[in-house]
Design a binder for this molecule. Structure first.
Ligand SMILES: [Zn+2]
Length: 119
C-alpha cells in the first residue's frame, strides 16, 4: 500500500494479539483512516470518503478567507507566515485522497469476503 497519509503511533488493544500493542494510525487531514497493529500487521480500514470530502471542502473554502483576513490585518507578517500556510501542498492532498480511497476499497472487500466471522 503506497499512500500513507499522516502517521502517528499509539498503544491500543488488538483483538488478534489479545493484548495492547503498538499501532500505526494513518490520518488523512484530521480523519483516522487506517489502524495497523505493528505486532501482527492486522489493519482496520475505515471508509471515511464522505466525511473526507466534507472536510476537504471545508478546508478549501475556509483557507482563502483566512488568508485574506490575515493579509488585511498584517500585510507584512503575512509573507513571513506563507511557508506554513502553503505547507499543505497538492501532492500531500493527492496522497490523502489515495489513502482514503484505497482504505475504503479494502474496507468494502473485507465486509463482503468476511462472511460474518466472529471478531
Ligand atoms: Zn495485533
Amino acid at each position: 500500500m503506497g499512500a500513507k497519509g499522516t502517521i502517528e503511533h499509539a498503544t491500543l488493544a488488538c483483538h488478534r494479539c489479545g493484548r495492547e500493542t503498538r499501532h500505526e494510525l494513518a490520518y488523512a487531514g484530521r480523519l483516522l483512516v487506517v489502524t495497523t497493529c505493528l505486532t501482527c500487521r492486522t489493519s482496520i480500514e475505515r471508509d471515511v470518503r464522505r466525511r473526507y470530502l466534507q472536510d476537504l471542502r471545508h478546508r478549501m473554502l475556509s483557507k482563502p478567507a483566512r488568508m485574506a483576513r490575515r493579509l488585511r490585518r498584517h500585510p507584512v507578517g503575512f509573507t513571513g507566515s506563507l511557508p506554513r500556510t502553503a505547507a499543505r501542498k497538492p501532492w500531500r492532498l493527492l496522497d490523502e485522497v489515495r489513502l482514503v480511497w484505497s482504505a475504503a476499497a479494502d474496507a468494502r472487500r473485507r465486509h463482503s469476503d468476511d462472511g460474518g466471522r466472529d471478531r
